[in-house]
Design a protein around this ligand. Sequence first.
Ligand code: SAM
Ligand code: GLN
Length: 305
Amino acid sequence: MAEPIGIVTAKDALFAATRRLREAGIKGARLDAEVLLTHVLGIRREYLYAHPEMRLDFNEYERYQAVLERRLTRLPVAYITGKKEFMSLEFTVNEHVLIPRPETEVLVEEVVSRIGTSPPKDNLKDSLTDSPTIIADIGTGSGAIAVSVAWFLRTADIIVIATDISANALTTAQENAKKHKVDHMVKFFQGDLLCPLDGEGLEDKLAAIVSNPPYLSRRAMTAVSKEVTQEPEAALFGGEQGLDFSLAILKDARRFLAPGGFVALEVGHDQAGILAEFAKETLGYGEVEIVLDLAGIERVVIARQ
Ligand code: SAM
Ligand code: GLN
C-alpha cells in the first residue's frame, strides 16, 4: 500500500510551531505560526482553517522550520513574509523600512477626509491655473502614507510628494506605488526632511504636509521589544526627547503651506500636548487639533496654517 504523501499534517505542524514560539516567549505565537505556514504554503488562512488535515511534503516542512528559526531570532513576521497590510492595501516591506503600524491609519484617515471633503472651489487648488492639490509625506519609509493617501484620493486631481533620507526606503516606496498603480501620482525625493522641497517652486503651494517621523526618545528606545530593535534605528529615534523631527517639520512647514493648508503629524503617546502648544503659541498656527487613536491615545496633531 502506498504511503500517504506528506510527512505531517498542517494541524500538527501548527501545534508544534506554536509551542516552540510560545516557549521562546513570543506573544501571539499561534497567529505567527499560522501566518508563517500560509506564507510557506502559498495559501490563504481561510484555506488552512478549511483543510487542517492537509499534509506538508518534506520540502514544505523544511521551509517551515527554516522560517520558524528566523522568527525565533525575533525577526518580525512582516520581514519574513515581506509584506504588511495597511489601510487594507498590501505593502512590500523589508529591513530598510519601518513596518507600517495600525495607529498610522488614523493619520491617513484624517488627511484623506480633510482633503477629500474640501469643496471644489475651496479645495486649495489654484483656480486660475487649475493645478493639482499637492500633499507631501515626509519620511515615507515603505510609502504606507503616501501610497494609501494617493490610492484613496485616486479619482481626485492630486500629487503626493514622498521624501526620505534613505534611498533604500524610497526604492521600496516606489515599488509600493507601482504595486497599487498610483506611481503616476507620487513623486519621490531623497533628502533631509523638507529640504527636497526647496527649489521646486512649492512655497505656499501645499495643501497638506503629513509625517510619521521618528519620535522615540532615548529612554523609549531602551524599552522597545526585540522585534522593534530589528527595524531601522533611523526610522525610530527622534533625539533625546523624541521631538527633534516633529519640531523641525512644524517649523519648516509654514512656508510651504497654502492658505488653509495643514500639517498632520503622528506623535508619541506623551507628545501631543507639547507639540500642539508649540505649534499654536510659538509658531502661530491658526487652529490646532489633537486626534486620538483607537486605543484612546493622543496620536495625531493637526496644525492649520
Ligand atoms: N511613513 C512610514 C510609516 O508611517 O510607516 C515610515 C515612518 S518611519 C517612523 C520614519 C521615516 O523617516 C523612516 O523611513 C526614515 O528613514 C525617515 N527619516 C529619518 N530621518 C529623516 C530625515 N532627516 N529626513 C527625511 N526622512 C527621514
Ligand atoms: N510606533 C513606533 C513604535 O512604537 C514608533 C514609530 C515612530 O517613531 N514614528 O515602535
